[in-house]
Design a protein around this ligand. Sequence first.
Ligand SMILES: [Zn+2]
Ligand SMILES: [Zn+2]
Length: 329
Amino acid sequence: MRRFFLAGFTFLIFTIIVLPALIVRGLNLGVPAPIPPEEEAMGLVLKVFRVETGELVEMALKDYLVGVVAAEMPAEFAEEALKAQAVAARTFVLRRLKVYGGQGCDEHPGADICTDPSHCQGWLSVEEQQEKWGLVNYPRLRDKIAGAVDFTAGLVITHGGELIDAPYHSTCGGHTEDAAKVWGQEIPYLQGVACPYDFASPRFEEEISYPLPEVASRLDTEVALAAAGGLGGGVDMAVVAKSGSGRILTLRAGGKEFTGVEVRERLGLKSTNFQWRLEGENLIFKTIGYGHGVGLCQYGTNGMAQEGHTFREILQYYYTGVDIENFTD
Ligand SMILES: [Zn+2]
Ligand SMILES: [Zn+2]
């Protein structure tokens, strides 16, 4: 009984807190930040809220970036991919910095950024890196990541002379998405692009199965279930609108309309690019890709790197019309 309660509680927390955060992660809408002067930015001390320990800690930009790349991208990825991730992570955090007019982390007052990967950017301490990679691999992988951060030192992504907001995600599933379709705001450099580079991703495709009553309760629509029982083989769910990239924008279930983002959140789906089928009493959802699909696709980034593209080419591919420049340029 206690186990069930705990599982239920964990699930509830996940549904209420983590999933919505996952869906909004990546965009910090606000006043565009000016590009900080290089000397200042290089010597920056960040106020980082560690969600694992509940502490607000100060750290140098480089230490922060190494921990972010370690957390957010497999260290085995190609070097150009790690460099692209380092530049995206640097741009992401600088844009949030309060001293440069950013909004900071809106979940943790006083922090520039937090280590919750579903809200700001993930981050691993040295101990956590050792645990993740093992003590034998740690020195090599740490050097590889530190090398990517050093190689790109000072480089940020800009659009029209301003730091961009640099969202990224695991696997777009063949095509990235326009920011407007996910967050409702048109952003010139966050336009969907074809991504024929991420088919090797282990997160390219996934299936998740729910008993029908659970789908009905998660969507809070009894009608869907009733109709499903009556239709024998089909369920009362239909796609109303899809984006050009194949993601579901609007869906009707049991007479109610939902956005794809809402359905993803309520059902805990990996993306809004999904199909479903009925098998017995269960509804099976098959998703393509993992994440919101906006901005840089990490597995696509590695695919491009393996094909010989540089980190600059990769960033300029996933972020439309941007420049890669030094803080001071
Ligand atoms: Zn945060
Ligand atoms: Zn992709």
